[in-house]
Write a protein that binds this ligand. Structure first.
Ligand code: NAP
Length: 519
């Protein structure tokens, strides 16, 4: 088939801040319906022809030939072999034949064709099936992010393709640095699409467009991802606000492992959006704390030029982070844990907002001075609670399964210890600081017998999923007032937001987001 190479498509992509949705359906009808869906929410659409089984491909090509000119968003066509991340076993010859046999209607209407590097090289010295200004030359590494990405880019940039795409696997968050260096290197040269796959690579998917990459990929829905760690279009657009981000935008985030379940990105991004603040909050899956702090966070050693303003810190880094800080406030020292880092000039300052977050809602319900308080559990959150209670002069007993573990905590904050089984209701307030009752862990269970809650005035459960735990249900039936863990979750986040921005947090918006009633 002869292709008119002089036709210049009307679908050229404006090279910035694009969210591209891959179509990964495996049936023709669903594929075509998905294109309509993607038109509504994405800036560009990648047609992953390799997701279709061989026998369905002719039908897709025929149907698309008559419809493609009417698609309102720029199209990228991809036909990837399995060893390069595609779904089909395709030899180089299979791919050459596919591109050579593509109908003129499709060739003329698509904005870009994605040629794997070997395919692009194979066409380099002959008449290509596609004008080179419509070709993205791509290369994928699904095992790692190699050190020689810039050399790889230069090699690919020698092909006549208009754009270079490099996607690699992030095995640790520090791999993202090499992807950002590549984008930096490409600025002013051949446009690049560069990203790191997997959750540790998420920041490249969100921040790359603002740093000069041509586009980022977002799936149409959960389960329709074309690569690991790909957020949805809705998350990129509405949660991370990728299209509004600039290089100088403020960046915040939570460091921990795991962080995928964290509600902090929901709460803080909702707050930033509500206040129209030019910033974004990201989950950072961090294994090696030292190299992340030195390479990305500390202003004196950081290698990434970005406007990082602050971090939430969660398990397992709340203690270990302290060694990297220039200042730790008195509450965090007493609790022995930092959950908030603020970038102050060229220093890192550490705070603990768990205490304020936990105690504020409690203070609103009772006067803890002299109150008999039963703290269940002796871990990290019990520590923050015991510190807050000791400052208020409460009479605290720590109920734990292992009294040897609990004793040092009790000694530090002038509390008593007792076994869990010995609790018979001799308290004004019960605070559960153990994970029993959590969704996906031990939902429906409680460490406290329902009958021992008679006479207790207030029951506070730090667990926030589910919102109403078995313990809180028992407490309500026993006539106690109750307080759930969302109050602490939102309270500690609101305090972090104030430390980072100097602004009062929009607490109602954060509540809604923490409940999942946002997006
Ligand atoms: P942690 O440091 O691991 O401490 C958990 C405590 O619970 C430990 O003392 C542990 O006892 C005890 N425990 C665990 N399983 C037990 C069982 N089967 N029977 C008796 N005791 C048991 O955890 P954490 O950070 O304090 O968190 C505890 C809970 O609080 C979690 O559900 C978490 O989601 C919730 N939390 C909520 C917020 C919020 O913002 N609402 C903040 C922080 C934590 P051993 O010492 O004997 O292992």
């Amino acid at each position: 088939m002869s292709i008119d190479l002089d036709i210049v498509t009307s679908q050229r992509l404006e090279l910035s801040h694009l969210i591209c949705a891959p179509i990964t359906e495996t049936r023709v009808e669903a594929f075509l319906i998905s294109i309509r869906g993607a038109e509504r929410i994405a800036d560009a659409i990648e047609l992953r022809f390799d997701y279709l089984p061989a026998e369905s491909l002719p039908q897709l090509i025929a149907e698309l030939s008559s419809q493609v000119a009417h698609v309102s968003k720029p199209l990228i066509l991809t036909f990837r072999p399995r060893e390069q991340g595609g779904k089909r076993n395709l030899s180089l010859q299979d791919r050459r034949d596919f591109w050579r046999g593509l109908p003129r209607e499709i060739v003329n209407s698509i904005a870009y064709a994605d040629f794997e590097f070997d395919l692009a090289e194979s066409f380099a010295n002959e008449r290509p099936p596609m004008p080179w200004e419509k070709v993205i030359c791509s290369w994928h590494d699904f095992t790692e992010t190699p050190h020689d990405l810039i050399a790889r880019y230069e090699l690919m940039a020698v092909t006549p393709a208009a754009v270079v795409k490099i996607a690699t696997q992030a095995n640790r968050i520090s791999d993202c640095l090499r992807v950002f260096e590549l984008i930096e290197h490409s600025n002013g040269k051949k446009p690049v699409i560069a990203l790191a796959m997997g959750l540790p690579g998420l920041m490249t998917r969100v921040l790359s467009p603002a740093r000069g990459a041509m586009l980022t990929f977002g799936s149409l829905r959960r389960g329709a991802e074309s690569a690991a760690g790909q957020p949805t279009v809705a998350e990129l657009r509405d949660l991370y606000r990728v299209k509004q981000l600039a290089r100088a935008s403020e960046v915040f985030g939570v460091i921990g492992n795991p962080v995928g379940h964290s509600r902090s990105p929901l709460m803080h991004n909702a707050a930033l959006k509500a206040l129209n603040r030019d910033g974004v909050y990201l989950p950072f899956e961090v294994d090696d704390l030292g190299s992340f702090v030195c390479g990305f966070v500390h202003p004196k050693t950081g290698k990434l030029d970005w406007n990082l303003r602050g971090l939430s810190v969660t398990i397992p880094h709340k203690l270990a982070i302290i060694q990297y800080l220039d200042f730790v406030d008195a509450t965090a020292v007493s609790v022995g844990a930092v959950n908030t880092v603020v970038v102050e000039g060229d220093e890192l300052h550490g705070y603990n907002t768990d205490v304020a977050g936990a105690m504020k809602p409690l203070d609103e319900m009772i006067d803890a001075r002299g109150a008999r308080v039963a703290v269940i559990g002796a871990g990290g959150s019990a520590r923050a609670i015991c510190y807050g209670l000791s400052r208020r002069g409460a009479d605290v007993t720590i109920y734990a399964r292992d009294l040897k573990n609990a004793q040092p905590l009790a000694d530090e904050f002038s509390a008593r210890t007792a076994s869990l089984e010995s609790f018979k209701g001799e308290a004004d307030v019960v605070i559960n600081c153990a994970p029993i009752g959590m969704s996906g862990h031990s939902e429906g269970r409680s460490l406290i017998k329902a009958e021992s809650l008679e006479g207790v005035k207030l029951v506070y459960d730090l667990i926030y999923t589910p919102e109403e735990t078995a313990l809180l249900g028992d407490a309500k039936r026993a006539g106690c007032r109750t307080l759930g863990g969302l109050a602490m979750l939102v309270g500690q986040a609101a305090e972090q937001f104030r430390l980072w921005t100097g602004l009062e947090a929009p607490v109602d918006v954060m509540w809604q987001a923490a409940r999942g009633d946002w997006l």
